[in-house]
Design a protein around this ligand. Structure first.
Ligand code: NI
Length: 256
């Protein structure tokens, strides 16, 4: 069984066929999906998906590109959603200095506030960090994010940095990038991090694995990611799949 620890099925890319696509998941062995919050609208959509489909869970959080719309009213709504039974994480939250849509100060402020929310509500976090590895790590340490645990999603820094996060108690999210021919660093990360600290994710509709690179991604492509991880680890695919699935349940405090 396969678990998608990070997806965006509320995205408009799925508007034409969301229902049909999601009904294909369980028969294909996709046993669990966590739909991330990204905007204040997105967190509401995630809840609706989680209410409708037994295998979908929700995360509540606002992405660094969207924190300009966050205020105290938004924060109290997020706190409410964190207490819903199918909310399993605070995410995706973090820093994005690549798109740089909001000032670094504002991004850091709301990142710290949402990390505190995770501690207050006892939820793990799902971290988005792009071109901001050191600041992300420093804030997480300062905010005691080691106590919540969680996943560093779409990890794009060095193997050395990945091991620092593992030491802090975090899992490393591996998606389609690991299947790309030129993804040397991601392959090094997967080789360096213990198998017990890796989880699979799509970030769909983005980042479809090879040979579907550039197409709309979905959890149905995750076997390609599992195969790539198994290949790097020199492991049977079915054995890798079992460990990765168990890791996902563990990080989100779910029982099989
Ligand atoms: Ni995402």
């Amino acid at each position: 069984m396969i678990f998608d620890t990070h997806a965006h099925y509320d995205d408009e890319a799925f508007d034409p066929d969301r229902e049909e696509l999601l009904l294909e998941m369980e028969p294909a062995g996709i046993a669990g999906i966590v739909n991330m919050g990204a905007s204040l609208r997105g967190v509401e959509e995630s809840q609706k998906l989680a209410e409708r489909y037994p295998f979908i869970y929700a995360a509540a959080g606002v992405h660094p590109d969207e924190v300009g719309s966050l205020d105290e009213a938004g924060m109290s709504r997020l706190y409410e959603l964190c207490c819903r039974p199918k909310t399993v994480a605070v995410g995706e939250i973090g820093l994005d200095y690549y798109w740089d849509k909001e000032s670094h100060e504002l991004q850091k402020y709301w990142f710290a506030r949402q990390l505190q929310m995770a501690i207050d509500t006892g939820l793990p976090v799902n971290i988005h960090s792009r071109d901001a590895a050191q600041d992300t790590f420093d804030i997480m340490k300062a905010e005691h994010a080691g106590t919540t645990g969680g996943i560093i999603h779409c990890f794009s820094s060095s193997a050395q940095m990945a091991l620092e996060y593992v030491k802090l108690g975090y899992y490393i999210g591996v998606g389609g990038v690991v299947t790309f021919k030129n993804a040397r660093v991601m392959k090094e990360v997967v080789a360096a991090v213990p198998m017990e600290k890796l989880v699979t994710e799509t970030d769909c509709p983005y980042l479809a694995p090879a040979p579907n690179r550039g197409k709309r991604n979905s959890s149905l492509y995750l076997p390609l990611v599992t195969e790539a991880i198994a290949g790097i680890k020199g492991m049977e695919v079915c054995q890798a799949e079992e460990i990765l699935y168990r890791n996902a349940l563990q990080v989100y405090h779910l029982t099989p």
